[in-house]
Design a protein around this ligand. Structure first.
Ligand SMILES: O=C(CO)COP(=O)(O)O
Ligand SMILES: O=C[C@H](O)COP(=O)(O)O
Ligand SMILES: [Zn+2]
Ligand SMILES: [Zn+2]
Length: 331
């Protein structure tokens, strides 16, 4: 039996994106796979009064189970009320790769789906995206499409092979597919290794600074589809603090480089109204777990290491909402 997202108390992206573009901020899209990540996201967003997009990848869906996830999302809308403030919550499928997967999510309470046909030839991307939009819109579910390929996970080459979005395609794509938002490629990429050290310069403090995002392409896109909601994937900043903690306590993560916060702040002020962050949360949690386990080798109660990890994660998300995306106070 199908369940509509409104029965779960969720929102689609329509109004949230319109307000974010008009207000010059971006809505956080945070991935979750388990209870502690969900708690951290919701606590941070309630405390900062920020709307939130809960992102579920197909991998997360397999990991956590579709039925449990749907009930976690229902629980989320009740939990935020218990915490004292009913922020708008979107449940979004991240990187949907087929019509069937998108349909299954729509039938199971998702209020938004991404159909990622960016790796397909243009006409096939249009056809697949249009098919998802036609189904989704019958149920008032939002759809994110993508043009341009991000380096990294999307093409199996780490941070060197990307093809930027071609501005001359966006108007035709948006018109013919009917999508509600468009993910673009302007130099971000997935994971914790977005650039090679050789691509970076060093600032006065000796910190590696990667090449800037392609804001000229973003501007060109905005000119062609004024006021249309734009999405940035691969927007983790890879905080050195957490990478160093991981390495200090037995981990080994080399040459990790993310998107500097000032670049994201600049993007959030534009038509970019959804910013995807997953890796930073993974790093923060891993750092906290490693620290506790290293300092307390006798500890074997998962609450004693996942609890502190949840607190570090919450702090990270609060920082993003307040200081980077500008979504704090907008719920
Ligand atoms: O784009 C993302 C999820 O869709 C996450 O990107 P990061 O790997 O930079 O966190
Ligand atoms: O874009 C990818 C997201 O970070 C989700 O990653 P995942 O497929 O490992 O769950
Ligand atoms: Zn993609
Ligand atoms: Zn992504």
């Amino acid at each position: 039996m199908a369940i509509h997202y409104k029965e779960l108390g969720l929102s689609n992206t329509k109004e949230l994106f319109a307000k974010a573009i008009a207000g010059g901020y971006a809505i956080p899209a945070y991935n979750f796979n388990n209870l502690e990540q969900l708690q951290a996201i919701l606590q941070a967003c309630v405390e900062t009064k920020s709307p939130v997009i809960l992102q579920v990848s197909s991998g997360a869906r397999k990991y956590a189970n579709a039925t449990l996830l749907r009930n976690m999302a229902k629980g989320a809308t009740e939990y935020v009320k218990e915490l004292g403030y009913a922020i708008p919550i979107v449940l979004h499928l991240d990187h949907g790769d087929s019509f069937e997967l998108c349909k299954d999510c729509i039938d199971n309470g998702f209020s938004s789906v991404m159909i990622d046909g960016s790796h397909l030839p243009y006409e096939e991307n249009v056809a697949l995206t249009k098919k998802v939009v036609e189904y989704a819109h019958k149920f008032d579910v939002s759809v994110e499409g993508e043009l341009g390929v991000l380096a990294g996970v999307e093409d199996d080459v780490v941070a060197e092979h990307s093809s930027y979005t071609r501005p001359e395609e966006v108007e035709d794509f948006v018109k013919r597919t009917g999508v509600d938002s468009l993910a673009i490629s302007i130099g971000t990429s997935h994971g914790a290794h977005k650039f090679k050290p050789e691509q970076c310069t060093r600032n006065a403090e000796g910190v590696l600074v990667p090449p800037p995002l392609k804001f000229d392409i973003l501007e060109e896109i905005e000119k062609r589809i004024p006021g249309f909601p734009i999405v940035l994937h691969g927007s983790s900043s890879v905080p050195m603090e957490h990478v160093n903690t991981i390495n200090q306590y037995g981990g080994k993560i080399d040459a990790a480089i993310g998107i500097p916060e000032d670049q994201l702040r600049k993007a959030a002020k534009s038509a970019v109204c959804k910013i995807n962050i997953d890796s930073d949360g993974r790093l923060a949690m891993t750092a906290a777990v490693r620290k506790v386990l290293a300092e307390k080798p006798g500890e074997f109660d998962p609450r004693k290491y996942l609890g502190p990890a949840r607190d570090v994660l919450k702090e990270l998300y609060m920082h993003k909402n307040i200081n980077v995306l500008g979504s704090a106070g907008k719920a």
